[in-house]
Design a protein around this ligand. Structure first.
Ligand SMILES: Cc1cc2nc3c(=O)[nH]c(=O)nc-3n(C[C@H](O)[C@H](O)[C@H](O)COP(=O)(O)OP(=O)(O)OC[C@H]3O[C@@H](n4cnc5c(N)ncnc54)[C@H](O)[C@@H]3O)c2cc1C
Ligand code: SF4
Length: 330
């Protein structure tokens, strides 16, 4: 494994100052399970993705850890671990969708030290990207090996140039919960709704989100849902013990009688970003959810463009959307 210089700041300003100072050769870490235990150990690098010389540990900043739930919603610090999220009673009560999504991530060991910030900002799992010998677009190369290679787990929606699926389960849940990210840089803080946090390969194939080189995610805010909001999370994976999503669905919505009033349906495992299925939401709007959901879930077919080996994921996405919405209804 490549050696590196380790920095342990105690304030956010020190951390973003280090990012500003070192530029392209520095990386931040939360738990380090992906950056240190994956990317650097496996030498996932390329022209557009140099391995870091400096590593800034965010877990030494006390202000970045912790959960506060108030009347406006929940504030979760970026270095809060997934286990701390899962075990938090107020989150279980008000945001069971996030609790369930976090519980479906990886294994207990990884959840014990993997952080929310790290989970949201983890790099894709495309096996060509993770393979040392493939200089694909995402590493600054000039080819996408998934187009001609084994693409059974790749994108069925929104893939062009690069066909990754975003790997974060918590990000899919946060999108359905209409959450916001607080982003800090040397010049101050900004708030980015999760609707706008991730971007596809056309915007920038080398990155998956809007963070600039000198910015970090410092906090996630989830607004308190309207009373009576229905929520559910489902995730289909190949290997039950622990695995990334083949398809995951997060639903959060309100009803007027039995009719869909307002809400969101988000999918993981299908697109380069956590994907908001507005085609499904539009088909449900104002309609009786129980009797319309099958037809609404089929709308996912209108936006799907499967690759050579993954058309099966379109059927799964349709079935899982229907199942998740019905599960939320109880
Ligand atoms: C075997 C295995 C199975 C897994 N299964 C799943 C799964 O089913 N679902 C799922 O969602 N994930 C899964 N993961 C991913 C795992 O959850 C993540 O590795 C973990 O959550 C990342 O947390 P971390 O704090 O260790 O990340 P780190 O390795 O510290 O960071 C990951 C990335 O995010 C960046 N980063 C970290 N914190 C911040 C921040 N605050 N601001 C900006 N950038 C930041 C780092 O620079 C790095 O690029 C799996 C991982 C493994 C190894
Ligand atoms: S899907 Fe993206 S990450 Fe995978 S090989 Fe193609 S360009 Fe690289």
């Amino acid at each position: 494994m490549k050696s590196f210089e380790l920095y342990e700041p105690t304030t956010v300003q020190q951390a973003v100052g280090l990012l500003n100072q070192f530029g392209a050769t520095v990386k931040v870490i939360g738990g380090g399970s992906d950056q240190i235990g994956g990317i650097m150990k496996d030498w996932v690098q390329g022209k557009g993705m140099p391995l870091p010389v400096q590593v800034v540990d965010l877990t030494t900043i006390p202000d970045l850890k912790g959960i506060t739930v108030g009347s406006d919603g929940a504030h979760i610090g970026a270095t809060t671990t997934l286990t701390e999220i899962i075990e938090h009673k107020d989150l279980q009560q008000t945001f069971p969708l996030l609790t369930q999504a976090a519980l479906s991530v990886a294994s207990p060991l990884i959840r014990n030290f993997g952080t929310l910030g790290g989970n949201i900002n983890q790099r894709p799992r495309c096996w060509f990207f993770r393979g040392e010998n493939f200089a694909c677009y995402k590493k600054g190369g000039d080819f996408c090996y998934a187009v001609t290679g084994d693409n059974r787990y790749h994108a069925i929606i929104g893939g062009e140039l690069c066909y990754i699926v975003h790997p974060s389960d918590t990000a899919t849940a946060l999108l359905a919960l209409n959450a916001q990210a607080k982003v800090s840089s040397p010049s101050g803080d900004r708030t980015v709704p999760f609707d706008q946090y991730f971007h596809g390969p056309r915007e920038d194939v080398l990155t998956e989100n809007v963070l600039k080189a000198n910015e970090v995610l410092t906090e996630v805010f989830i607004p308190t849902p309207t009373a009576g909001t229905k929520m559910a999370w489902t995730k289909l994976k190949d290997r039950q013990v622990y695995d990334f999503a083949v398809v995951a669905v997060a639903a959060a919505f309100t009803l007027d009688g039995g009719n869909w009033k307002d809400g969101r349906v988000a999918l993981g495992g299908v697109a380069p970003v956590p994907y908001r299925a507005q085609v499904v939401e539009d088909a449900l709007k104002g309609k009786d959810v129980k009797t319309t959901v099958k037809q609404a879930a089929a709308q996912i077919r209108t936006v799907a463009r499967p690759m050579s080996l993954n058309a099966y994921k379109v059927d799964i996405a349709q079935g899982l959307v229907e199942r998740t919405v019905l599960q939320a209804l109880g």
